[in-house]
Each structure stands twice: as structure tokens, then as C-alpha cells.
Design a protein around this ligand. Structure first.
Ligand code: F6P
Length: 373
């Protein structure tokens, strides 16, 4: 008898914990369900091109701890608006999702498990609308999805930034410098907030709280007066001055979310230099925050999501996403978690910003850390 088949794909940017989730889903499904698992390569592109690999126990051996994804990622390929170039070199955007549905049918894939962020899960919702039996798993280092307490990748990123802040302290102190560290998170400040507290930053700049540069100047000066001739600033990449705008590093035209942030630390270093006596340096940690080994916390979290996915399959919970609510794994409709608009969650207000009344904001203020807002 042929076994029923499950397909997995990873979309959007990579996040530590994706391999752990793949490992957990494959192991758990092979153990608990009598099935075969295949993985589509490069996100939705693999589904469109019917490019996949069979995920056997042997194939996933040794991937639990590794960052990245053995299936590779793409944050460009939206099959509902996919670039097709004709023989004359003209490109038009077309809905090619039916090709993907045909490929699933052709391979006998009965269930599709989609691991991704906003854009990837919006397409998952749209495939569910087309009758595909989809299960979503959220991932993002930004931890900005309102539908779930925490996403894997976030803890690893926070640990990397925290370690970097420790290293920057000793060199900043030696040179009496102000060092501004730019970290990821897009429009959410969870990474700078957590790592800034754990890494003992003096100033934390969040996208949610536009800053006043004079308050940063005041902090640097007051530290100097106390004999602390260095200052560590951690800035979320989406941070902006009260009278200014975010800094965009590039526009990735064919990406569903085309704006790539970056450059705020360098800009702030430039703006701050004439206002203080210290030398100012900037560091952008960039993709180091997504690379390397996955933290133990993220591995466990990914394996919990994987375990719940197997339960969702057993209970036939399709068109849903695995979520963590108040510490418990549960399932929620993709329509609810992503929203019903064509672009998905961001336009539905289902993202999760840092708010002034959040406990960690109060913790930071109590420690004398300033948000310069
Ligand atoms: O959403 C995850 C994230 O790492 C953001 O924090 C960052 O702004 C963005 O992706 C970077 O995207 P890319 O991998 O395209 O450079």
C-alpha cells in the first residue's frame, strides 16, 4: 500500500530553528503517522517547479542544531503574483498557483506544511482557499507576530546580539567611545529590547519609540560625569528620530515586502559626532543574527511546534497555523492569524509592536537605560 505523503517548504528569510522544525516534523511524522515526507526546495519556487527531495530519517540526520534550512529559502516567489518572462524578454506577473496545486496532485502530496513569516503564510492561506490541506508554522527572528507568544529564531538572535554587546563593551571602554550597534527586527523592537537589557546597553532605540538625539547626548554626558567614558547604544534597524524617517538600505523589487532597512547606526553616528566629545563608531550586526548554531531554547521551541503539527495532522486541522498562546501549543485559522486582505497581516494590524507599558520597557527604565524618546 502506498503511504500518504506530506510536503514541507520553508519560505521567507531563514531563521535559526527552521532545520530543527524540519527535523522534528519529519521524525515525528515518520514515527507517529504512517507517511512519507518530501521537502520542496527554495520555498514556493520548488512547489512551482516540482523540485523536491525525499526527507528520510537519514537525510535529516545532524541538522537539529544547524541554522539555515536544508530546503533553502526564497523571500521572492509569490505564486499568486509570479514573474513570467516571455521569449521577447518581457516580464508579466501572473497567478501560477494552479501549477503548484497540479504538482501536489501529481506527486500525491495530501498535506502541505508551510514554515514562514507574513508573506509565506499569506500564500499558505491562499492555497488553503484553493482547497489545499495546509498547515502553517510561524517563523521569524523579529518575533513580531501577534498570533503567537514567541517564534523560533528570536532567542538565537537575541543571544548573538547580547554576546556582541559584551564584546563591544570592552573595546568601547578602552577607547572612551560611543558604539552604536544596529540590530534586525524590521519595524518591531523585540530584539533590541531583549538584547539591550541582557547586554547592558545604556541606550536602546526602538522603532516603536522615535528618539530625540538630545536625550542621547544627555545620557552620554551624564555617564561621563560619573566617570563612565563610554556608552553602548543598541538600535533596532527600524529606529528613527522624532523628526525624521526610517533608513532604507535597499528595495528588493520582486520581494513581497520590498523594503530592506539598514543604516540607522551609521546615520546616528554621523549626527551624534558633532554633539559630543567622544569618538563614535557604528556596527551593523546584520545577518550574523540569523547564522550559525540554533540556541537550545529555539531547538526546543521548534520541536514543540513540530510535535503539534503532527497532532494537527492527526486531528485533520487544516487551513490552520500552529501557535503558542500563554505558553500552550494550539491551532488557529490562517484566515485569522494572517488576516483576510490580499497582502496579509501587516495591513490587518496583526503584527506585535513593543508598547510603552510592556514589562521589559519598565524593567529597562528601572535599570536607568534610556529609550531617548
Ligand atoms: O524578517 C527577518 C529579517 O531578518 C529582518 O529582521 C530583516 O529586516 C530582514 O529579514 C532582512 O531581510 P534579507 O534577508 O532579505 O536581507
Amino acid at each position: 500500500m502506498t503511504k500518504f505523503k506530506i510536503g514541507i517548504l520553508t519560505g521567507g528569510g531563514d531563521a535559526p530553528g527552521l532545520n530543527a522544525a524540519i527535523y522534528g516534523i519529519v521524525k515525528t511524522c515518520l514515527t507517529r503517522l504512517d507517511c512519507e515526507v518530501i521537502g520542496y526546495k527554495l520555498g514556493y519556487r520548488g512547489l512551482y517547479e516540482n523540485d523536491f527531495v525525499t526527507l528520510t530519517d537519514e537525510r535529516i540526520s545532524g541538522i537539529l542544531h544547524r541554522g539555515g534550512t536544508i530546503l533553502r529559502n526564497s523571500n521572492k516567489d509569490n505564486l499568486f503574483n509570479f514573474p513570467i518572462t516571455d521569449e521577447h524578454g518581457n516580464t508579466t506577473y501572473q497567478d501560477v498557483s494552479s501549477v503548484a496545486v497540479e504538482n501536489l496532485q501529481k506527486e500525491g502530496v495530501e498535506i502541505l506544511i508551510v514554515l514562514g513569516g507574513d508573506g509565506t503564510l499569506t500564500s499558505a492561506r491562499d492555497f488553503a482557499r484553493k482547497g489545499v490541506r495546509v498547515i502553517g508554522v510561524p517563523k521569524t527572528i523579529d518575533n513580531d507576530l501577534a498570533s503567537t507568544d514567541i517564534t523560533f529564531g528570536f532567542d538565537t538572535a537575541v543571544n548573538i546580539v547580547t554576546e556582541a554587546l559584551g564584546r563591544l563593551h570592552t573595546t568601547a571602554e578602552s577607547h572612551h567611545r560611543v558604539i552604536i550597534t544596529e540590530v534586525m527586527g524590521r519595524n518591531a523592537g523585540w530584539i533590541p529590547l531583549h538584547a539591550g537589557i541582557a547586554g547592558s546597553a545604556d541606550v536602546i532605540l526602538l522603532p516603536e519609540f522615535p528618539y530625540d538625539i538630545q536625550k542621547i547626548v544627555a545620557k552620554v554626558k551624564s555617564r561621563s560625569e560619573q566617570g563612565k567614558h563610554f556608552t553602548i547604544i543598541v538600535a533596532g534597524e527600524g529606529a528613527k528620530p522624532k523628526d525624521g524617517d526610517i533608513v532604507v538600505s535597499q528595495i528588493v523589487k520582486d520581494s513581497p515586502d520590498s523594503v530592506r532597512l539598514g543604516g540607522i547606526a551609521a546615520k546616528l553616528a554621523y549626527d551624534l559626532t558633532p554633539l559630543i566629545d567622544h569618538e563614535v563608531r557604528s556596527v551593523a550586526l546584520g545577518h550574523t543574527q540569523r547564522g550559525g548554531e540554533t540556541s537550545a531554547f529555539d531547538r526546543i521551541l521548534s520541536l514543540r511546534y513540530a510535535h503539534h503539527v503532527a497532532t494537527m495532522i492527526e486531528q485533520q486541522q487544516f487551513g490552520q497555523m500552529a501557535t503558542l498562546r500563554n505558553g500552550k501549543m494550539c491551532s488557529e485559522s490562517l484566515e485569522d492569524v494572517v488576516g483576510s486582505s490580499a497582502t496579509g497581516s501587516t495591513s490587518k494590524g496583526t503584527s506585535k509592536p513593543v508598547t510603552p507599558d510592556h514589562e521589559l520597557v519598565q524593567v529597562a527604565l528601572g535599570l536607568g537605560i534610556t529609550f531617548a524618546d
